[in-house]
Design a protein around this ligand. Structure first.
Ligand code: UDP
Length: 478
């Protein structure tokens, strides 16, 4: 019987892209395998997953997508939660019978070697253990975040308070200290439904056959060692980890090449443009958009900026509902587009980020610190300004600025608002100061180390070989 691997990403574009890249990486080393990807329907938008999936299906015949039937959320469920994480967990939970069915159907024709699920799909472990299929977590963020996720049950057991009330610094031996307020948003509030789901995912980690992390040894050596040494889960054995990154989307097919912003970048001087883009879900209020515009204008620097409509209703700061094209004239200060037209370009809603970051004219990146964005900037050798918005991005900022030193800190007000003066100051600092030079030099070193990690004999290459070995052992154990 032919052998197959089943991948189960969450339906958010950032998670989906790295899972598909993992599938492509596996195929490069094991071309005889079939890869099956289970796709649950997302209750939110934020970047088109459909066109991405269509491109992958049409270009890689060994990858087959299985669309799971749409599940029905309880009435008002989406409106009752401020977190897209809760929606994701609920969709995954409701999909368990569909996952069961899909695995049975795939196993009629293939011997399933491993089931690799996003950390957010942990509830499917009950299905895979019923079917005796070795299951692995895939953690699409970094090792430091994973270390804190593994440590989270320990924190939970040592206090009855919510993290947002603790006002302390969390310390796992060997891992960069983390202010409790910088932990991922859904972990801050104990009564939050997402808190419970994430706690459960952490507690289930020892029951997996291992965790695959999208990072590499040189990038996060301390966190990787702490997890491997079992320091993050004092009460139970940590799962083996496989750091196989950096995995970023391969857009070598040239599909993005016609985009207007790339043509515009062609006309800009080398390393002169600051790129501002905030992931698949990041949104700003109208007031915040105006401050960014003013900051960019007074900085005098060249910029390329992706602007979306402000959030509406329940969606808070996330693109949880269908986004319409923004009306730039009404959102940005009067005359801004005209006054900056010689040195700035505003793109509506979405830009081909990887192609932009790889363009020679781009010299800096203001990012929401989503892990894919971080790795994409790192692989392109572009230094960053860290402006976290949601999920684990605040802890990513701590790691990027204080540990890896490839980004500058942006100082928001207590409410999270960023004034024009702060935008201006950081943009100039990145492009014109010694601090900016220092993060630029450091990111170029990381760029080379990332290549080395993926090359034969490199740490990620070796970790992948160990992962393949573990499939064999897990199969034998079942
Ligand atoms: N992205 C893009 N264009 C945009 C916004 C986002 O191509 O205008 C891509 C980006 O390159 C990255 C993904 O969407 O691959 C976002 O993933 P990330 O982990 O950075 O953030 P998330 O959206 O998951 O918060």
């Amino acid at each position: 019987m032919e052998e197959a691997i089943v991948l189960y990403p969450t339906p958010a574009i950032g998670h989906l892209i790295s899972m598909i890249e993992l599938g492509k990486l596996i195929l490069t080393h094991k071309p005889s395998l079939s890869i099956h990807i289970l796709i649950a329907t997302a209750p939110y938008s934020g970047g088109s997953t459909a066109s991405y999936i269509a491109t992958v299906s049409s270009t890689i015949p060994s990858i087959t997508f299985h669309n799971l039937p749409t599940v029905t959320l309880a009435p008002n469920f989406a409106a009752s939660t401020p977190n897209h994480e809760t929606l994701t967990f609920e969709v995954i939970r409701l999909n368990n019978p569909n996952v069961h069915q899909a695995l049975l159907s795939i196993s009629e024709s293939y011997s399933i070697q491993a089931f690799i699920m996003d950390f957010f799909c942990s509830q499917s472990l009950s299905v895979t253990s019923q079917l005796n299929i070795p299951a692995y977590y895939f953690f699409t963020s970094g090792a430091t975040s994973f270390a804190y996720f593994l440590y989270f049950p320990t924190i939970h057991n040592t206090t009855t308070k919510s993290l947002k009330e603790l006002n302390t610094t969390l310390n796992i031996p060997g891992v960069p200290p983390m202010p409790s307020s910088d932990m991922p948003k859904p972990l801050l509030e104990r009564t939050d439904k997402a808190y419970e789901y994430l706690l459960n995912s952490s507690l289930l980690a020892p029951k997996t056959a291992g965790a695959i992390i999208n990072t590499f040894e040189f990038l996060e050596p301390k966190a990787i060692k702490a997890i491997s040494d079992g320091l993050c889960m004092p009460d139970s054995p940590s799962p083996p980890i496989y750091c196989i990154g950096p995995l970023i989307a391969d857009r070598g097919d040239g599909s993005d090449s016609g985009h207007e912003c790339l043509k515009w970048l062609d006309s800009q001087p080398s390393k002169s443009v600051v790129f501002l883009c905030f992931g698949s879900l990041g949104l700003f209020s109208k007031e915040q958009l105006k401050e960014i515009a003013l900051g960019l204008e007074i900085s005098g620097k060249r910029f390329l900026w992706v602007v979306r409509n402000p959030p509406s209703g329940q969606s808070q700061n996330l693109a949880l509902s269908t986004q319409h094209e923004p009306d730039l004239d009404s959102l940005l200060p009067d005359g801004f587009l005209d006054r900056t037209k010689e040195r700035g370009l505003v793109v509506k809603s979405w830009a081909p980020q990887i192609a932009v970051l790889s363009h020679d004219s781009v010299g800096g990146f203001v990012t929401h610190c989503g892990w894919n964005s971080v790795l994409e900037a790192l692989c392109a050798g572009v230094p960053m300004i860290a402006w976290p918005l949601y999920a684990e991005q605040r802890s990513n900022r701590v790691v990027l600025v204080e540990e890896i030193k490839i980004a500058l800190w942006m100082h928001e007000s207590y409410s999270g608002f960023m004034g024009a003066d702060e935008v201006e100051k950081r943009v100039r600092e990145l492009m014109d100061s010694e601090e900016g030079d220092s993060v630029r030099k450091r990111v170029l070193i990381l760029k080379e180390e990332a290549k080395a990690a993926l090359s034969p004999g490199g740490s990620s290459h070796v970790a992948l070989a160990k992962l393949f070995e573990s499939w064999k052992k897990s199969q034998a154990a079942f």
